[in-house]
Design a protein around this ligand. Structure first.
Ligand code: AQP
Length: 339
């Protein structure tokens, strides 16, 4: 019996919007992906169609897409255990995205807070319609694979709600074809915050260089950033996100990279200052990123293997996506093309 059939399906993605993932991407999302390939029928993609909602330099974009794949493999994704692909290699994403655009209310899309924040920062004239409909494309990504769960960071909760609404709307209008997915958000790492401004999330586009730990940075530079992370004027090492967001963030990172519980860390650092915690955490981060960078470089140095992994991934993904799209076309009443 094929065990994969019994497993719940997951789909998730990461954008190639930067040359390196940051610690928030890894702890909030990718680490769960690695774990879930053992227990789920897992589909993971590099979301390149999403990345072009903001301008991308073509050469850099292509290179960042390869880098993203190499980092996912270095983080532990195994193409034998999951389906790893690049979103634009599966044209059904854009096709289902269009159908769902036509099912989404303008007001409904206008309520997405991530769009409101990003467009406020960029200004309306520089904001693309693609960025506006990004959550609808994300719904298409998830629904194409009939995903039961979507492992994401907490910032994606509202987009998941929209996905569920669109699935239910389609199902009630045209008949049940879509699985209504659940968000899978790990509470502890849902939001890794900026090291310099610990009330906002660590973000590729919004963090200052000192506030973000890029996984492919020089390890020494990352250690320095941890050591100069903003904490507070108190000296007590205690997990309290509301009153001590900087220290709590450091404890979260420490706990998740080492598997040590936060209460145990609080005990270990009782009576010691922030300096001790930061020095040790800097070491933990260096020990984690050093082999990660080496593994990433190894995958980048072997472009043929990388291409062949992606070709196989796209083929497996298309087999599922094409079937769902055909059903959606049929239910909506599109005239079938005869070949
Ligand atoms: N700070 C974070 N804490 C926890 N999870 C996070 N994620 C992102 N930032 C944090 C999760 O990482 C996954 C991939 O993210 P993405 O590539 O879709 O981009 P994003 O969410 O928009 O992340 P950024 O860094 O803020 O990118 P830009 O600046 O390009 O928009 C997602 O599951 C996300 O939840």
């Amino acid at each position: 019996m094929d065990m994969a059939i019994e497993r719940p399906r997951v789909l998730s993605g990461i954008q190639p919007t930067s040359g390196s993932f940051h610690l928030g991407n890894y702890l909030g999302a990718v680490r769960q992906w690695v774990a879930q390939q053992e227990t789920h029928d897992a589909f993971y993609m590099v979301a390149d169609l999403h990345a072009v909602t903001v301008p991308q330099d073509p050469a850099e974009f292509r290179s960042n897409t390869r880098l993203a794949v190499a980092q996912l493999l270095a983080a532990g994704l195994d193409p034998e255990r999951c389906t790893l692909f690049v979103q634009s290699h599966v044209p059904e994403h854009a096709q289902l995205g269009w159908l769902l655009n036509c099912l989404t209310g303008f007001g409904e899309a206008s309520r997405m807070t991530q769009f409101k924040d990003k467009s406020a920062k960029q200004g309306v004239e520089r904001t693309t319609v693609g960025l506006f409909t990004y959550p609808v494309l994300m719904a298409a990504d998830i629904l194409l694979y009939q995903s039961d769960q979507v492992p994401v960071g907490g910032d994606q909760r509202q987009h998941l709600e929209l996905t569920r609404d669109l699935a239910e709307r389609f199902n009630s209008r045209y008949g049940e074809i879509f699985t209504v997915p659940e968000a899978f958000i790990l509470k502890e790492t849902a939001r890794i915050v900026d090291l310099q401004d610990p009330v906002v999330k660590m973000s590729k586009s919004a963090s200052t260089p000192k506030g973000i730990i890029d996984l492919l940075d020089e390890p020494k530079a990352s250690a320095k950033k941890i050591k100069s992370a903003v904490t507070d004027t108190d000296t007590v090492i205690r997990f309290d996100e509301e009153h001590k967001p900087g220290v709590s963030n450091l404890l979260t990172i420490y706990a998740s990279l080492t598997g040590t519980g936060i209460p145990e860390l609080e005990q270990r650092y009782e009576g010691k200052g922030y300096g001790a915690l930061k020095t040790d955490l800097a070491e933990v981060v260096v020990e984690w990123v050093t082999p990660f960078r080496e593994r990433t470089r190894g995958y980048l140095d072997d472009p043929e293997t990388l291409d062949s992994i992606l070709a196989k991934g796209a083929e497996k993904a298309r087999a599922v996506a094409a079937e769902t799209l055909a059903q959606a076309y049929d239910r909506m009443g599109f005239l079938a093309a005869k070949h």
